[in-house]
Design a protein around this ligand. Structure first.
Ligand code: GUN
Length: 278
């Protein structure tokens, strides 16, 4: 079994990005990222902090706009519009989830597609599904970089994605289809999950349920990509895969932590550089 070391790959990519940032700065351009965070979700707080730290490490200017849970939708819209017009901001990211009184679609559609470093705007999502150049959501983009680094040929592979969210499962499916894989997308209404995962050469799971994928659900020598992040009662961080049992049976597996998570952050930095170069 080969451990897919996302942490190491992310470190390598961040070094490249730092060189890019240094070059941009020589031309008096400092890439800038604005992060909008609404409410006080503890997980979101951790992610936003990590994103800001990563920006600092590579020399990207970042600003975090924190807003209370009871903020008016109009105030968020106006903040985004200001960022759209602000020339020192190249990328805009609204941390999800949003409080239930806020219309997420309206917020995401307010972001200028050229600054949409999360790739969640319908313009970018549409282009992604058409196989056109676009901003690609960071987590699925990070998974594709892992495939590239480990020279995994996706053509004709059976891939089972577990979780059909707009930010992971759906864009992941589009990227894999564009790479000519055969894609199964499973979700909470899937009747027999095991029937799907068992057939797959590659299983990609990101639903936030510890221990969902057990050893009997994967075929021998399958490749396992675990996007889940779950904190157990004892404080331990685990993915959605029963790592100890599944890792004995598979050919490749991402650990949690140290797998896809660091790649998500590296791809955000990469998308911010892409937006700056635009
Ligand atoms: N919430 C969970 N994942 C993400 C992400 O990749 N981007 C944003 N903006 N919010 C998230």
């Amino acid at each position: 079994m080969i451990l897919l070391d996302g942490k190491k790959l992310a470190g390598k990519i961040q070094q490249e990005i730092k060189k890019d940032v240094d070059l941009l700065k020589q031309g008096s351009i400092t890439p800038g990222l604005a992060v909008i965070m609404i409410g006080d979700d503890p997980a979101s707080r951790v992610y936003v902090k990590k994103k800001a730290e990563a920006c600092k490490e590579v020399g990207i200017y970042s600003v975090v706009h924190e807003m209370p849970d009871n903020i008016k939708e109009e105030t968020i819209v106006n903040t985004i519009k200001l960022m759209n017009e602000n020339n020192s901001i190249n990328g805009i990211l609204v941390q999800l989830p949003l409080p239930s009184h806020i219309n997420q679609t309206k917020i995401l559609e307010t972001i200028d597609p050229k600054k949409d470093v999360d790739g969640f705007h319908p313009f970018n999502m549409g282009r992604l599904f058409l196989g056109l150049d676009s901003f690609v959501p960071c987590t699925p983009l990070g998974v594709m970089k892992i495939f590239k680094e480990y020279e995994i040929d996706l053509k004709g592979k059976n891939v089972c994605i577990v979780g059909a969210s707009n930010i992971v499962g759906k864009p992941m499916a589009a990227l894999l289809l564009n790479a000519f894989a055969t894609v199964d997308v499973c979700h909470i209404y899937t009747k027999d999950l095991k029937e799907h995962t068992k057939r797959a050469d590659i299983v990609i799971v990101g639903v936030g349920k510890a221990g969902l994928i057990t050893e009997d659900m994967v075929k021998d020598d399958a490749m396992i990509i675990d996007i889940g992040i779950n904190r157990l009662e004892n404080g331990k961080l685990v993915g959605d895969v029963d790592f100890d049992a599944v890792s004995k049976k598979c050919s490749y597996i991402t650990p949690v932590p140290g797998g896809v998570g660091p790649m998500t952050i590296a791809m955000l930095l990469s998308n911010t550089i892409k937006a700056t170069k635009l």
